[in-house]
Ligand binder design. Structure first.
Ligand code: SAM
Length: 266
């Protein structure tokens, strides 16, 4: 699928929940969040059917995200359902890694190819502060489990304030070198203020290369993270929602003051 700016749209990110077992300070408020109602969240059958249509129109790469995708019940089943779709060459998950020790081998067996794991610091105390009480040991064990399961390459998403030369980022870089992990530095963004920049080590944030569509847990198909537009796949039908999202994908991001990373998927 080509959009109006000749970009080949072949990458679908699916947020399967807005719930998370961490509360990273830059991502999710500690409390007062209005979470989605169960009936508003797409079922696994709906997600699979939508993905089949998207793949028939040219999507080749699928990433499952959230919220925290591993907190949604039956996530391994969903991975199995999506991996059965012919035409997907890359199926991955973005996770905070807390539950990965429990799920890595099952996810691999279900057809998952690889994982991106978020890790902004390797200092246990700082990790507690950044994630509002997360236990870094769970993540480190999750990383090891992902490697053991063969979910390769394991990539680390490291959110930085301004530069990868910040002390915490340097320590994460060293950890990645020592443990055969690929690292991507994501500068902390602000959707409401329209502050975004390119991801060091990936193509995210570069509008001219953007090949993505994002499906939110409640079925809004968003052609751009940094824009308010979204098309309701239940109301419009899957095919029409895809046509509209691709047809109206903005040339460049601006601001998004109706969504947040935890309910769109980052
Ligand atoms: N819970 C999963 C995780 O932690 O990876 C998946 C969802 S999370 C929203 C996806 C990615 O978005 C993570 O790598 C996270 O660091 C990133 N993210 C969240 N808020 C961000 C922000 N304000 N600026 C830049 N990246 C952000």
């Amino acid at each position: 699928m080509y959009d109006n700016f000749n970009r080949n749209i072949n990458y679908l990110r699916i947020s399967i929940t807005d719930r998370c077992n961490l509360r990273c300070t830059y991502c999710m408020p500690e409390e007062g969040i209005k979470l989605l109602r169960h009936e508003d969240i797409l079922s696994y059958d709906e997600i699979k059917e939508f993905t089949e249509v998207a793949v028939s129109k040219g999507v080749k790469k699928v990433r499952i995200t959230g919220g925290e995708p591993l907190v949604r019940k039956g996530v391994v089943t969903l991975v199995g359902m999506i991996s059965e779709i012919t035409g997907i060459s890359d199926l991955s998950i973005t996770t905070n890694g807390i539950l990965l020790k429990q799920f890595a081998h099952e996810l691999k067996a279900a057809g998952l190819k690889r994982v991106n794991i978020s890790l902004d610091t390797i200092d246990p105390e700082r990790f507690k502060v950044v994630t509002r009480n997360g236990n870094i040991t769970d993540v480190l064990e999750g990383i090891k489990a992902a490697k053991d399961a063969g979910l390769l390459p394991v990539k680390i998403n490291c959110v930085i304030k301004k530069s990868k030369e910040e002390p915490e980022a340097i320590a994460v870089t060293r950890f990645c070198k020592e443990n055969d992990l690929e690292i991507r530095y994501i500068r902390q963004m602000d959707l409401v203020k329209g502050h975004f920049s390119t991801v060091d080590g990936g193509i995210g944030g570069n509008c001219s290369l953007c090949n993505r569509l994002r499906l939110t847990a409640n079925g809004k198909l968003k052609p751009c993270l940094f824009n308010n537009i979204g098309f309701d796949v239940r109301e419009l039908g899957y095919e029409r929602a895809i046509e509209l999202a691709v047809g109206q994908k903005p040339e460049c991001g601006s601001v998004n003051n109706t969504g947040a990373f935890y309910n769109i998927g980052g």
